[in-house]
Unconditional design. Structure first.
Lengths: 541, 78
């Protein structure tokens, strides 16, 4: 009995070590991937000047290509490698590539120094980052699952699921610390390179840890017996029995999971900043706090999926998200809508300043308002008019003499926490669909082709279906400003909730939700009809 | 019960295939309409991403999945 207990304790300790080593590496890969996004504005100024159309196009491609197109290719390339030579060495390679390219971005001279070569190099390095990320996740999830005791795969793999969120935190934390330490000016000048260069140190530590890890026991056994696949790509996608599982994983699970994840974690931020006009710092804090409170639920739902099955938790997450998005986003919009608030007119201030900068005259008008509920609002209008009368007349004739308007709303403490609550609910949906998904994917494919087969649907679901949420949703919101616009989804939600619709010509705050709701609905129906809820009894072999 | 479920899965297979086929002309027509109305670089990039990346994935996967479902490949799920 005592020997048995000792064996179990040793097994748990060993599994914990595997989780820790795998998670640290995956977390660092997410950190590397996110710092590019978090520093997009500075990177764009340094490498992709707007006045050069080719460089601007490269900037767009760098953002989209690495996230959407390259990740699935990385999944195929490294997945194949992982099924041929082993999990350990493959996700060591992805770590080196990710760390190396991140470090190199920090060293590339700017556009002003080496011209067009700068955006071209950064673009290539960003593609390498996307490739590495495509190979990392499948490897880590497979490796952890193959070490996990039967009946606990959901619980142990859920730690890998938390790394994307922690990677985002780490990237924001490092950027904020470096910015505070060096000052905004130095940071914009060269300090932004530090988070990239720092990656070398983090990756170095992670490589050291991973080098000490042993190969997955299942893969090692299979290799010893000579049962590994000789052509994992053909076996995964040309054999009907595997291809049909790849399709079910994509359409019934990862596509819906991807849109729910990106809506709760990224579109919510874009909605707060662009539609609700919440101030930059406050909107980021709202998301960060909601994520922080929500992150333990990844593990909770992973654990629960071992008890009641993966399918019902993931499907419940998708269904509740589909039903709740409309009312939730209406509430978020109402919470920030200035039309619902009473202005303290006596506290309103308007300040106007004029200055000449180069050949332009710049008029800046700052209006500050305070409301009875404690909300404050700042509107900055900046009108740039050329001193040259001919130029001025030309711009006026073309209708281009319009002020740049920046709106910043700061919510009162009560409304701020209410907003955190609305985002937190969305994070719970994320944890329901994302917590059990690694275990689900691992269990539907056999060991010999698992890395390849599970990586592709994961990265198409998250990179393509999920990654396009901010782009498509923002586009739909913009389209809602057009005269004659009508959105059946918004009409239905407003009809059910009794919410007053948006007048024509104004932005429809719910328009952007059409895409995630549609994809998650289709995924839910397919998942409910075709996915099995069997889990614990499933043999990973 | 399982016979009814099997029939529903097969019938739904027709729906998935039709969705996969129908999405192609719908997206292309919408893209042409919007680009013709406003031929900006932003419009071109957006529709290129949708047509080159998103649409083929949705279309191919729905059609193939639908055909498998119609053939009864998902009647018994392992």
């Amino acid at each position: 009995m005592a020997r048995n207990n000792a064996y179990q304790t040793e097994e748990v300790t060993s599994t914990r070590r595997v989780i820790a080593a795998s998670s640290v590496g995956t977390l660092i890969e997410w950190y590397d991937f996110y710092i590019f996004g978090s520093l997009a504005k500075i990177i764009s100024e340094q490498f992709f000047p707007k006045d050069n159309p080719t460089a601007a196009l490269l900037a767009t491609l760098a953002t989209f290509a690495a996230g959407f197109v390259v990740r699935p290719f990385g999944a195929l390339f490294f997945g194949r490698l992982g099924d041929l030579i082993g999990r350990k060495y493959t996700f060591l390679v992805t770590l080196v590539i990710m760390g190396g390219s991140t470090f190199a971005i920090g060293l590339v001279p700017g556009y002003k120094t080496i011209g067009f070569l700068a955006p071209a190099i950064v673009f290539l390095l960003r593609l390498l980052q996307g490739l590495a990320l495509g190979g990392e996740y499948g490897g880590a999830a497979t490796y952890v699952a193959e070490h996990s005791p039967v009946g606990q795969r959901g619980f142990w793999t859920s730690f890998i699921q938390t790394t994307a969120t922690f990677g985002l935190f780490l990237s924001l934390g490092v950027i904020l610390i470096v910015r505070q330490t060096l000052g905004v000016e130095t940071f914009s000048d060269w300090g932004w390179r530090v988070p990239f260069i720092l990656s070398a140190l983090l990756v170095g530590v992670s490589i050291y840890i991973r080098m000490k890890m042993s190969e997955s026991p299942m893969f090692a056994k299979m290799k010893k017996e000579g049962k590994t696949s000789t052509n994992p790509l053909a076996e995964s996608f040309k054999q009907k029995d595997n291809l049909k599982m790849v399709l079910i994983a994509l359409l019934g699970a990862t596509a819906g999971q991807g849109v729910v994840w990106y809506t709760g974690q990224f579109y919510a931020l874009s909605f707060l900043q662009n539609t609700c006009n919440i101030d930059f710092v406050q909107s980021n804090l709202i998301i960060s706090i909601a994520l922080l409170f929500g992150t333990p639920f990844f593990v909770l739902f992973g654990w629960l999926s071992d008890k009641i099955g993966r399918k019902y938790i993931m499907m419940a997450g998708m269904l509740i998200a589909v039903l709740a998005y409309g009312p939730l986003y209406n509430s978020m919009y109402d919470n920030a809508n200035l039309k619902n608030k009473i202005e303290l007119v006596e506290k309103t201030t308007v300040e106007t300043k004029e200055a000449v900068k180069g050949t332009d005259n710049i008029t800046t008008t700052v209006t500050k308002k305070t409301f009875t509920d404690g909300t404050t609002y700042k509107e900055t209008k900046k009108l740039t008019v050329p001193l040259d009368e001919v130029k001025k007349a030309g711009l006026a004739a073309a209708g281009k003499l319009k002020p740049e308007i920046k709106k910043e709303e700061t919510l009162s403490n009560y409304l701020y926490w209410k907003m955190i609550g609305f985002v937190f609910i969305q994070v719970i949906f994320v944890t329901m669909v994302y917590g059990p998904i690694a275990a689900f994917l691992v269990e539907i494919f056999p060991t010999r082709i698992r890395y390849t087969s599970m990586s592709l649907p994961y990265h198409i679901g998250n990179g393509v279906f999920g990654g396009l949420v901010p782009l498509i949703a923002t586009r739909l919101v913009e389209a809602s400003k057009e005269p004659g616009y009508s959105n059946p989804l918004t009409n239905m939600i407003n009809g059910v909730t009794g919410h007053i619709g948006t007048p024509s010509g104004q932005v429809d705050p719910l328009a952007g939700l059409m895409y995630p709701i549609l994809i998650a609905s289709v995924s839910f129906v397919i998942g409910m009809l075709y996915i099995s809820n069997k889990t614990n009894n499933m043999d990973v072999e | 019960m399982s016979t009814i479920m099997s029939a529903i899965k097969k019938l739904a297979g027709i729906l998935w295939s039709l969705m996969g086929i129908g999405i192609v002309p719908l997206v292309i027509m919408q893209a042409m309409k919007e680009i013709a109305a406003k031929p900006s670089e932003e419009n071109w990039i957006f529709w290129s991403i949708v047509i080159v990346v998103l649409m083929p994935i949705i279309s191919f996967s729905l059609i193939t999945f639908g055909v498998f479902a119609l053939k009864g490949e998902y009647d018994v799920i392992q």
